[in-house]
Design a protein around this ligand. Structure first.
Ligand code: GUN
Length: 166
């Protein structure tokens, strides 16, 4: 299927970070806010998962969530995922199907890390799944402001400029 066909078939919508997504699963049961602690502003589902499609014409901008987020590669070409730890350590990983060349089909981004991603091959896309527990809520989602992130991590200015829009 082409990316347009996948977007239509799974009813993917634009995500504020870039790319297209559709929530596939949200547990009916909730974890009470008192059990989650101060990081969470309310009750959350046990877990949620989405389809996520990123094209080479776009990128996923630096953002963070409280939870660890697991990525699973389904189809397309590899994604380069960049992370900045709370201490300012930069790391990257290739998520894809070329295992012999170091790509992995599953990767977990630690909660609280800033992360961003792009599709390296021109004229292509990657179709992946992303899951979090406790479940996703836009209240927990922080899209990085370029100026603030550069101020926090000045040595990563070029990387932050590439992966932020404003
Ligand atoms: N649901 C809506 N947006 C997201 C996201 O960025 N990650 C996950 N795991 N779920 C979402």
């Amino acid at each position: 299927m082409t990316k347009e066909e996948i977007i239509a078939h799974f009813d993917l919508k634009e995500h504020p970070e870039g790319g297209y997504y559709h929530e596939v699963y949200r547990s009916k049961d909730l974890i009470a806010q008192e059990a989650l602690g101060q990081k969470f502003s309310g009750d959350r589902a046990y877990s949620t998962s989405i389809y996520f499609l990123l094209t080479s014409e776009n990128f996923s901008a630096f953002h963070k969530v409280n939870q660890d987020e697991s990525w699973h590669f389904y189809q397309g070409t590899e994604i380069e995922l960049h992370m900045i730890s709370p201490e300012g350590e930069h790391s990257k990983i290739l998520i894809g199907h070329d295992y012999k060349n170091g790509q992995v089909p599953q990767f977990v981004v630690p909660g609280g890390y800033w992360f961003a991603a792009k599709v390296l091959q021109p004229n292509s896309f990657a179709f992946v799944g992303c899951g979090v527990a406790p479940g996703f809520d836009f209240d927990d989602f922080v899209l990085a402001k370029r100026g603030d992130l550069v101020k926090a991590f000045p040595n990563l200015k070029e990387l932050i400029q590439e992966f932020t829009r404003a």
